[in-house]
Design a protein around this ligand. Structure first.
Ligand SMILES: CS(=O)(=O)NCc1cccc(-c2cn3c(Cl)cnc3c(Nc3ccc(N4CCOCC4)cc3)n2)c1
Length: 279
């Protein structure tokens, strides 16, 4: 049987414009020459990866993402490397970053209906991952892209691991999305993704992450105690769901099946889901 893991080389692609710059490299629009198939090519510099001893995490990201197949998870078709760079061949997300889409809304936030649909798509993607003992650990707005039909695509599995993990990861970047158990360096499991789902839901509804504060120490204190201040325009149902996700105790956080059947989600997810039951 022909091995579908073709050995790709850079010459197989026409490289287009840069889609964006990331921490280790950039993402380019690209087209595979023979099939004319459009992809996103993520280019990472080996020097920077080794400097940050990120190669183990990169291997894991590639291993995990090449094997996941779900409509709300950005596909990785393959990868290759040359002496200086590692290239990841990824599904192109034609509508770009969710973060930019949110900032372009006139009040900088999404409606309850749009947010509920995103939360539902994320929950089904996470259910798929958790069934395969994969936790993402880095669900946040800037890791989410939009497909051709405006559907959510989880990208960047750089922090995903197989459960259970107590990897004391060097916390780079913002604390905003991390649950209490991770900022305390305790053992953590897939319930970390449920916490991040709560953070994401709040951020989509208000334009700001729930624990954002001027001082790092203040953010730390508010995460540790799950102190959430809801703006008045948040509906009672949305508040109910978020309060059941942002729980300090991982075991108290709502399970993914319960999230998918929460009244607020059922109320807002696209009409096809709540057809009138045939009499
Ligand atoms: C750490 S990183 O390097 O991975 N992140 C930096 C970054 C920053 C910005 C974007 C993108 C990006 C990545 N994409 C991937 Cl991967 C697949 N499709 C896209 C993808 N698609 C995309 C599609 C359309 C647009 N347009 C739409 C029209 O308006 C201008 C932007 C942008 C990006 N973008 C990435």
């Amino acid at each position: 049987a022909n091995d579908d893991r073709q050995k790709w080389v850079l010459q197989d692609f026409d490289i287009g414009r840069a889609l964006g710059k990331g921490k280790f490299g950039s993402v380019y629009l690209a087209r595979e020459k023979k099939s004319k198939y459009i992809v996103a090519l993520k280019v990472l510099f080996k020097s920077q990866i080794f400097e940050a001893n990120f190669e183990y995490q990169l291997k894991r990201e590639i291993e995990i993402q090449t094997h996941l197949r779900h409509p709300n998870i950005l596909k990785m078709y393959g990868y290759f490397h040359d002496d200086k760079r590692v290239y990841m061949i990824l599904e192109f997300a034609p509508k770009g970053e969710l973060f930019k889409e949110m900032k372009s809304q006139e009040n900088g936030r999404f409606s309850e209906e749009r947010t509920a649909n995103y939360v539902s798509q994320l929950a089904s993607a996470l259910q798929y991952c958790h069934e395969r003992n994969v936790i993402h650990r880095d669900i946040k707005l800037e890791n989410l892209l939009l497909g051709a039909k405006g559907e959510l695509k989880i990208a960047d599995f750089g922090w995903s691991v197989h459960t259970p993990s107590s990897k004391r990861n060097t916390l780079c970047g913002t604390l905003d999305y991390l649950p209490p158990e991770m900022i305390l360096g305790l053992e953590h499991d897939e319930k970390v993704d449920i916490w991040s789902l709560g953070v994401l839901c709040f951020e989509c509804l208000t334009g700001k992450p729930p624990f954002e504060a001027a001082e790092y120490a203040e953010t730390y204190r508010r995460i540790k105690n799950a102190i959430v201040i809801y703006p008045p325009y948040i509906s009672a149902l949305a508040r109910d769901l978020i309060s059941k996700l942002l729980r300090v105790q991982p075991s108290e956080r709502l399970s993914l099946p319960k999230i998918l059947t929460h009244e607020w989600i059922i109320k807002h997810t696209s009409s096809k889901n709540n057809e009138p039951i045939a009499a």
